[in-house]
Design a protein. Sequence first.
Lengths: 448, 497
Amino acid sequence: MLQDPSIAKSKLELPAALPASQLVDFTVHGQQPILATAPSTPEEMGNILKIAQQARLAVVPFGSGSKQSIGNPPRRFDLALSTHLLNGISEYFPQDLVVRVESGCTLAHLQKLLAADRLCLPIDPPCSKATTLGGIVATNSSGPSRFGYGTIRDYLLGICVIQADGAKTQFGSRVVKNVTGYDMCKLYAGSLGTLGVFSDFYLKLKPLPPVEKSVVVLFKNLQEIQQAMICLSRSPLLPVAFEFLNSDALQILDRGLSWTGEISPYTLVVRFSDFDNAVDWQIKKLKELWKPYCAQVIILNDSYEQTVLSEFLREDHPYLAQPPLETVKLKINILPSQLVGWIKVLEEQFSKSMAPVFLKAHAGNGIIRVFYHLDSSTHGIYYIAKLIQKWRAELTSVRGSVVIESAPAALKKKVDAWGYQYKDLNLMKKIKNSLDPNGLLNPGRFVV
Amino acid sequence: MVNSNSRFPLRKIHQALVSLVGQDWVLHTREELIVYECDGLTLNTRLPDFVVFPSCTLEVLQIVKLALVYRIPFLARGAGTSLSGGAIAAEGGIILEFSRMNHILNIDVQNRLAKVQSGVVNLHITEAAQAHNLYYAPDPSSQVASTIGGNVAENAGGPHTLKYGVTTNHVLALQVVLPDGEDYQLGTTAGDTVGYDLVGTFVGSEGTLGIATEVTVRLLYSPPAVKTLLAVYDSVEEATQTVSSIIRRGIVPAALELIDKNTIQAIEAGIYATGIPQNAAAVLLIEVDGLESGIEEQLDEVMAVLRLHQIREVRVAKTPSERKKLWAARKNAFGAYGRISPNYYTMDGVIPRSRLPEVLSRIDKLGREYNLRMANVFHAGDGNLHPIILYDIKDVDAKKKVLRLAGDILRCCVDAGGTLSGEHGIGLEKREFMSLFFSETELQVMKRLKSVFNPDNLANPKKIFPMRRGCGEMSTIPENANDQLKHFTGDSDFVRF
């Protein structure tokens, strides 16, 4: 009699296996794995992947789980490979502005260590407390400060990757400039754990800026926003963050802050990091530049307010729906100059929505994040699925995209999370096949 | 036809190339091809069978398709300034010369982008954008000649990449022709790329994954304020210690370059002389840039560190023309070596910047052991060394000695936690050293990636990957008798970097 393959798999003996009672903690898109392990060394991780390869286990690499909602549901899910025991800071070279950290180390833990030396890794992805470096590299996750500092891709100097067959490999190094062989760090950053599992990284660091201040600027209409953006792009100002919020998003922000300004339809938030006088000069200059267009300028001097503002700009949780409503979170990639046009389109399409629709954008980067609260019991799913497809078609001329970052299962079932249809998709498929020939790493979740 | 014993039907290929681009744009005689027998790496030479000048992506595509039909190797060449042999036709074949594809297609001021054909010279992008106060940041010293296509292939650096990052940090999208005979758009200017980062993978692949035909780069706003200073030292070690202290304090200047005594003497003997004291052991060229307000604070930070070290004098450039002169001296240092040595070999290695003092003194010791004079001018802030080995080709043992010393220098870099190249690439030059840094498995992973793009190895063959087992020898092309070190005239077309 044929045995159920999942029973055979569950009896496999894996190093660093976790008890069955913990499997529920590794649920991804409603699917629970058959096995879970938590290696504490790269070698152990290699052994596990070797066995997984032999037994053809489909593996989902797992950090804090804060980004597991990204992508499509796994086609198969046998083994959760947790990095939570690979969480150390292996080497620290403050004199070189370089650190080596294991993939399960949280960003918060790393930043705390670095701050003691007035250094930082200048990225601010969401889930600031839980998110691990492994998860950030796998998703190339970023926040508002990407406008001034870039994303993790720009700070990844070296990477230790356990290949699909368990072989340990390292690319790059602790030096800050390197063209020895292919730039594999770029290939792995943002590959969603589909090409190998990361055990540790060499990262480039930056000094903490002497002063950081944000300015919240309120606008009455989108034409004024457009003018303000053009004006800023032609100025020497060097903001490190440049964010757009619609009125629903501003209301959330307003609840956390104490100012008594009016809720205006649109807001731009600009953050400067520099020496004291350079920050002040830029704020003064910005006020002059935008005076003809804006309704009100609020300068946050209080450090508590700064922190609250940064958190609201960075995190997703303030914008998530309460049951029975569910959140559809979209990431729309456009040219920065198209922002106003797309905000108009989005407002129009969502004008009949009863629930608030939060529109946040990294205005200077051309990335809009939509938080739409959906009642799954209605025709909502059908409606938004159609919209996403329509927008994707409209964005092909600029090679833009609409990514469903998180959504109820029913929507992801209807529409692919990535919708990537450009010609180079076939190159991506070939890369995946060549580095994970049996398709065992995060199968089905990414574009390939 | 140059090579009558060729394994390729050269006559047929010639006819086909002529019918694609016209007779004027195909070179095939020895006299015409000789210019293309090497690039900035004069250690290796090999004549291509053809040099073709495409005028557009479609022609590049057609030439590549033709190469596939005849299974003849092909590679792109911009200005030929590669110092690792990236633009040498190591197995003969077709060189696609990009000098006709030199059009700036679009400067998008609001989105701060420039879309250009890949034969556009690096500096020309900045020149086209400067009316809008924008510029293209990566500035290899070859920037007056080297093309953006070559910069993409090699992931070129330069002095100001310390603060602003290298080529890969500034390229957003590419149009490429791949060895499968298809053209592709990679990356996007619209927000984030979805899927694997193929632009990041392609940049720095040294022509082994395909040919970029159009490049879209990010432009930056030109910093309104710049301060350049020169710190003069009586000891190299004190200068390298200063570099380490600057970085350790978390100060990242726009540029931080070290010029040693031999280089100073070469510069001061030439047309770019700036009055650096010729008896100085080393100078640091330090630049900070940014907004007018804040620039003094940046300068003060640097000065505070300088005061902790023994420095003979510090000069701050007072006028833009003084600043220009200092940079001209720095960027033309390589050409100046012609004045103090008949021949020289430019190396490239990178180490953790805190280890500069010990590694430099080790390299100095190696030079003395080999009885070869050395000079150094490099991106100290990045830990990116450029030891220059000075020699005379008339000395019969010179070539062997130079190559052995070069090998020892690379080992020294890797031992210190560094790598084989910071910005010049591996190319032909260092492929046999790859096993110093990569395991067999790691090389296999990269080869698998290469096979996805270039399965028949027709695109720029013999580059990056070692041909032999074992490691530790500088490569030359064995089948070519003409593999000697070539005399360097000092005023060559090659802009060295």
